[in-house]
Design a protein around this ligand. Structure first.
Ligand code: GCU
Length: 689
């Protein structure tokens, strides 16, 4: 195994805290974790850790609001907090942070808040110890901030060990069993705690034969992982196979309404909780891409989900039931089937039928983690269901951690989208909040597919760590500015202040990363049409790769035009799944946003966009420009020589070379394809093959 880099928590990132006198007033496992974190860091930077208030004065106090004998500054901060909003405002995970009388104070109602507060002080660095800071309250928008690992125990012949993983093997599983390197898992848990992630699934949603046994005879391995994750406030969840009662239990059916099947789930789940008392629950991919599910028994997805939910309910567990259900064996000749419609068609009619501990986990777009998709209409269609929104940190369709593609801006856009045109955002729906912030009673949460593996840089491309960081931060607070989040990550990871040219380092990283999602979009599939990637691997260009396949991902380019007609008037009717104003905005090519035009409309190449360009000229321009932008990224990075650790530098350079090659390949294949289809030359006479 290779030694893992410290990612965004190298010792230097803790200098401001750890060179000072720090008091921690709390017990409880998570407060102990915080104290140990400080103890390790002060040994490095010369500060000190104190556990009792009598050894003052202190520079930093982390204390429970219920602690007796708070130092004066903390007592003042607490009084101000109480005066402002009364008790109980911080909740299980929130904290208040401020600076009084030269002391920085973190107050929390529970130890989790102290741990999160500590990492916030780390993020602030010296700024946490400057002039007086007003008391600010920090609470996560949702209690459920989860990462799904698509990790297998065994190595799959086609997918490798981690499905859609681009960072080596699994950090949880090795050589057919639990990893011997639990220190690595602990280091991962620490990184996740620092960004507020509090739940993890440890195996792939496609639950293969070996991994199915994690639920029963291999449960001890899951318990061992849970033991490592727990001190960091992370609950362990498991992906389970819907057929388990038959495959593992020897029953002749997995029919969710069969009494024997219900009893099997209840009994099996009881044993899970006996081994892991704070177990989070199950994640289920059912009737999807070949996985078994309730349809196989003539039952609905509510029947299926509710049976598992009933087994978990006595223990406080939840079922994350995925809405990614569609026909993956469709006939490409069949123009009436539209994959984009599938999740809504299957699930919207079931609104109100799911048990209270079922969370329907919905991908952010109606297709599949594309670079650009409209927000899934399911998110607005199920007011009586707990909905979690699923994002993809692993860059399956966004360059596979060979390309720089900072996804913060994409997620920010998704989370801030207003499905009803005003008032509530996607983030509010997931958090179970009304527009006025009141609770709806239907909290789902935010979930993402992790991009981490046993690679020394954690994520293959060292800059892809920023995506993991941003997911956690945005899941905690979706209102954060993605460029500011990136700035935090840069400061923690590269500690510019300790280098010869902090300004250059920060500026260059922002230049390379801030707009890298738009850059990626500009040289890949145009105007929201999606795919055009190589079938199977999903890496690199192949314009017609999926055009005559059963997967339901078509662009319908012919000599006259391109795009998918999803209108009510003449197409698949998908636009009708949206509430107003979007149902109308998307219905008309005149009002549809340019970046989604080809998702909703089939238009001639000469169609004029809002930008004033024709579709085909837009394709040429963006593809030439996109490849040029990558070339600029590469030379900018080269200007950092000496400011970045040599191994990180070497890895990034190697990846930028590949990104540059691949972007040119995209440019040339896409431009050539559309030139040949349309016969329309580039207005600027650039080279098309
Ligand atoms: C995509 C991906 C699969 C994955 C699936 C899912 O289709 O290519 O590898 O299993 O999403 O989300 O379940």
């Amino acid at each position: 195994a290779s030694i893992a880099h410290a990612a965004w928590l190298p010792p230097e990132a803790l200098r401001a805290v750890a060179s000072r006198r720090v008091l921690v007033m709390s017990d409880g496992m998570l407060a102990e974790t915080a104290a140990q974190e400080i103890a390790r860091a002060v040994a490095h930077h010369g500060g000190s850790l104190h556990r009792a208030a009598d050894g003052g004065p202190f520079d930093l106090v982390l204390a429970l609001t219920s602690a007796d004998g708070l130092p004066d500054a903390a007592a003042m901060a607490l009084a101000e907090l109480d005066w402002r909003a009364g008790q109980d405002m911080l909740g299980a995970e929130g904290f208040a942070l401020g600076r009084r009388d030269g002391v920085t104070v973190v107050l929390a109602d529970g130890p989790a808040g102290l741990l999160y507060g500590l990492f916030h002080v780390v993020r602030l660095g010296e700024a946490a110890f400057g002039a007086s800071l007003p008391i600010e309250v920090h609470c996560p928008v949702t209690a459920r901030r989860m990462l799904n690992h698509w990790d297998n125990i065994d190595t799959h012949p086609v997918m490798g060990q981690v499905e859609r993983g681009y960072s080596g093997g699994s950090i949880f599983w090795r050589d057919g069993g639990l990893t011997p390197d639990l220190g690595r898992v602990r280091a991962y848990a620490r990184l996740l705690a620092s960004i507020g992630v509090n739940a993890v699934t440890v195996n792939n949603v496609n639950v293969h034969a070996t991994e199915a046994h994690l639920l029963t005879d291999r449960l001890g391995d899951v318990a061992a992982l849970a033991d490592v994750l727990r001190p960091y406030g992370i609950r362990t969840h498991l992906s389970v196979n819907f057929n388990s009662p038959a495959a593992l239990g020897g029953l002749r059916t997995a029919d969710p309404l069969d009494d024997g099947v219900r009893a099997w789930w209840a009994d099996t789940t009881r044993q899970v909780y006996a081994a892991i008392p704070d177990f989070g629950g199950y994640v289920v991919k059912a009737d999807s891409e070949g996985q078994p599910g309730p349809f196989g028994y003539g039952r609905t997805h509510a029947d299926g989900a509710n049976t598992l939910a009933a087994a978990l309910a006595p223990f406080g567990g939840v079922v994350h039931w995925r809405a990614f259900v569609y026909n993956h064996t469709q006939d490409w000749r069949d123009r009436s089937t539209d994959r984009a419609r599938a999740a809504y068609d299957h699930f919207a009619p079931l609104d109100g039928h799911f048990a209270g501990n079922v969370i329907l986990q919905v991908k952010y777009g109606p297709i599949d983690f594309q670079t650009r998709e409209p927000v899934s209409p399911v998110i607005a269609a199920m007011p009586g269901t707990r909905l979690a929104v699923e994002l993809q940190v692993t860059q399956e369709y966004t360059g596979q951690q060979r390309h720089v593609c900072y996804l913060g801006p994409l997620w920010h856009e998704v989370l801030a989208f207003e499905p009803w045109g005003g008032g509530r955002t996607v983030a509010a729906v997931a958090a179970g909040r009304h527009a006025d912030n009141g609770l709806t009673g239907f909290e789902g949460g935010l979930v993402a597919v992790s991009n981490v593996g046993d690679d020394p840089f954690w994520t293959g491309h060292p800059l892809a760590q920023a995506n993991l960081y941003a997911f956690g931060r945005l899941a905690w607070n979706p209102h954060l500015d993605p460029a500011a989040v990136l700035g935090e990550w840069i400061d923690l990871t590269f500690t510019p202040a300790a280098t010869a040219d902090p300004g250059l380092l920060r500026r260059t990283l922002h230049e390379v990363m801030d707009d890298s999602w738009q850059t990626y979009e500009s040289y890949t599939a145009p105007l929201g049409v999606g795919f055009m990637v190589r079938p199977g691997s999903h890496y690199g260009p192949d314009v017609d790769g999926y055009e005559y396949t059963p997967w339901g991902t078509y662009h319908f380019a012919d000599r006259d035009g391109i795009g998918v007609d999803r209108t009510r008037a003449t197409g698949t009717g998908f636009t009708g799944q949206y509430p107003q104003p979007w149902a109308q905005v998307y219905e008309s090519a005149a009002s549809c946003p340019d970046e989604l035009l080809l998702f909703f409309h089939h238009v001639p190449y000469t169609h004029v966009l809002h930008s004033g360009k024709t579709v085909v000229q837009h394709i040429y321009d963006t593809h030439f420009e996109g490849a040029d932008r990558v070339a600029r990224m590469r030379s900018r990075w080269a200007g950092l020589a000496g400011l970045v650790a040599p191994d990180v530098d070497a890895r990034v350079r190697e990846r930028l070379d590949e990104q540059s090659r691949c972007a040119q390949e995209w440019r040339d294949q896409i431009n050539t394809y559309f030139y040949r289809k349309s016969g329309i030359p580039d207005a600027h006479g650039r080279r098309i093959h």
